[in-house]
Write a protein that binds this ligand. Structure first.
Ligand code: C2E
Ligand code: MG
Ligand code: MG
Length: 530
């Protein structure tokens, strides 16, 4: 019997009959067998038995035989049917168990982050009960995008695994870590509110030592936004959103730190979303314009260069200053097309200036770190120079000191390649950071722009502030051209002349001017510097 069961089980499909047809089949078979028996057995008996007594005995035997045979037949048919039912039932049971296993497997896949094996965002939403009286630490790496851009995604993935492991090892038994994707994690903690600050500082200290990725050691920092149940939200979405707002605040304040959510932080975020929407349309609608600020050479009194400074005249917001939108444009990558537009427009413009100014002033264009890290930055600059026909020696790209300090190695090569083509490189806002000149010498810097904050310190008494003068002398000693930014007073101008600063730029001489006015200004070159 068991062999039969196996045979049937082995067959790939089982015919499942309806109860009515199975019963009808049995009844029909019984009817046919019974009818045939009665027909043929009576005829045979009549043919071979003539004696009445014998006939009666045979009839009785025939009757009993009929009962035994039909009983056997019924036994067979019922057995077959129940056997089929049992096999179908077993098969269904197996399929059900398989389904349960698959479901468990799918659950694991759906709720686990594939890269790190940590529970993912979906798992966080599943464990909502954990949130009661808990706090969320929204962790985000600082500048991880640059790691991916410069060292590749495979390296980035390994780094993310290393960081995940370090955070897991630094968790308290009551804490859980979830990876939300990219370089974002959430730690759910039940540490009492008054100890949250100490706890978040402990988590940030996990980033103090570098991470080993293969042969390389990588220093990374992280920023953390914190929200607390129920004061900062009663649903996970609210808590995540508010922790993210706090995180965004940390990023704007300079990263590598933490912040607790506070209602006042939400306002700039709403503003930011609106700005992003408007910025997306600004390029297409031609809402940007470039103004140019002259840089005057103190020796020749001529405008040696013009710095292109972007202006946004938004129909909805009015005039928006660059420091109010450049950061958002960087965060949304919109700075890449905007930066290309600036570069192309400035290159085209300076050629029109050259038509009327035989001494051919240069044009300085500010470049964002996001552009510099972008794919094919050097090629894009060279393409634009070729398309506009501008001599690369007439272009100066301004990079800020802070950008250079953070990623010297990654950008040195790109800047050197541009320098080899003749493009000038200016270090903007020098003095805002704390970089040493010798450190910066690793870069092919041709111009040092001393930040306005240093110029502001120049006192009326020329002898009082030797530091700015020292910087000028050192930079010149290193073969750089020195430009002083934000010159507003004659006292500052005298001081800069005394220390033989090459060029000055500031409101004293000219504010940034619209293109036409700047061109006329350069042509007439009437500056009050002597
Ligand atoms: P920056 O490159 O250091 O430009 C100098 C800023 O100082 C300009 O501000 C200029 O108008 C201002 N300035 C010049 N002289 C004086 C002065 O005597 N007194 C005072 N108080 N300010 C003076 P602006 O145009 O608002 O630009 C601010 C920053 O925005 C720029 O600083 C630059 O970092 C950025 N930026 C401007 N245009 C662009 C652009 O096209 N691309 C990128 N990536 N950044 C840009
Ligand atoms: Mg600049
Ligand atoms: Mg500057």
């Amino acid at each position: 019997m068991s062999k039969q069961v196996q045979e049937i089980e082995g067959s790939s499909s089982i015919k499942v009959q309806s109860p009515l047809s199975a019963s009808l089949r049995i009844a029909l078979l019984y009817l046919i067998c019974g009818a045939l028996w009665i027909l043929f057995s009576d005829q045979v008996l009549n043919a071979i038995v003539s004696d009445k007594e014998m006939y009666a005995r045979f009839s009785m035997i025939k009757g009993w035989s009929y009962i035994v045979m039909t009983a056997l037949l019924l036994l067979y048919l019922i057995y077959r049917t129940t056997l089929r039912m049992r096999v179908a039932e077993r098969k269904l049971h197996n399929q059900y168990t398989e389904l349960l296993n698959n479901r468990e497997e799918l659950r694991k896949i759906a709720y686990r982050d594939q890269l790190t094996g940590l529970p993912n965002r979906l798992a966080l939403y599943e464990n909502l009960t954990l949130l009661k009286d808990a706090s969320l630490f929204y962790v985000d790496l600082d500048d991880f995008k640059y790691v991916n851009d410069t060292l590749g995604h495979a390296f980035g993935d390994r780094l993310l695994r290393e960081i995940s492991t370090r955070i897991v090892n630094g968790l308290l038994p009551s804490e859980q870590l979830y990876r939300l994707g990219g370089d974002e994690w959430v730690v759910v903690t039940r540490v009492p509110k008054d100890r949250l600050q100490t706890r978040v500082e402990q988590l940030l200290s996990l980033f103090d030592s570098p991470f080993a990725v293969g042969e390389q050691w990588m220093h990374m920092t992280g920023s953390i936004g914190i929200s607390h149940f129920p004061s900062h939200g009663r649903t996970l979405d609210q808590l995540l959103k508010n922790a993210d707002i706090a995180l965004y605040h940390v990023k704007r304040q300079g990263k590598n730190s933490f912040a607790f959510y506070d209602f006042s932080l939400s306002v700039p975020v709403q503003h930011r979303a609106e700005m992003e929407r408007l910025l997306r349309h600004a390029l297409e609608n031609g809402e940007f314009e470039l103004h140019y600020q002259p840089q005057i050479h103190l020796g020749s009194s001529q405008a040696e260069g013009l710095e292109a400074l972007i202006r946004w005249n938004s129909p909805e917001l009015g005039h928006v200053r660059p420091d109010q939108f450049i950061k958002i444009a960087e965060e949304t990558q919109l700075i890449v097309p905007i930066g290309e537009w600036v570069l192309r427009t400035a290159c085209e413009y300076i050629q029109t200036v050259h038509e009327t100014c035989p001494h051919k002033p240069t044009v300085s264009v500010n470049v964002s770190v996001v552009q510099l890290f972008g794919h094919r930055f050097v090629e894009r600059v060279m393409d634009i120079l070729q398309e506009t026909g501008l001599d690369p020696r007439c272009l100066e790209l301004e990079v800020t000191e802070s950008m250079v300090i953070e990623s010297l190695d990654q950008i040195a090569d790109k800047l050197s390649r541009l320098r080899e083509h003749g493009v000038n490189i200016a270090l903007d806002d020098f003095g805002r950071g704390f970089s040493s000149l010798s450190h910066l010498m690793k870069l092919p810097i041709t111009t040092l722009k001393i930040d306005k904050s240093f110029i502001d310190q120049i006192p009326d008494n020329l002898e009082d502030q030797p530091l700015t003068g020292l910087i000028i002398r050192m930079a010149k000693g290193l073969g750089m051209k020195v430009v002083a930014e934000g010159v507003e007073t004659y006292a500052q101008l005298d001081y800069l002349k005394k220390y033989e600063c090459d060029c000055v730029q500031g409101y004293l001489l000219s504010k940034p001017l619209p293109a036409m006015e700047a061109r006329d200004w350069v042509k007439t070159a009437s500056m009050p510097i002597s």
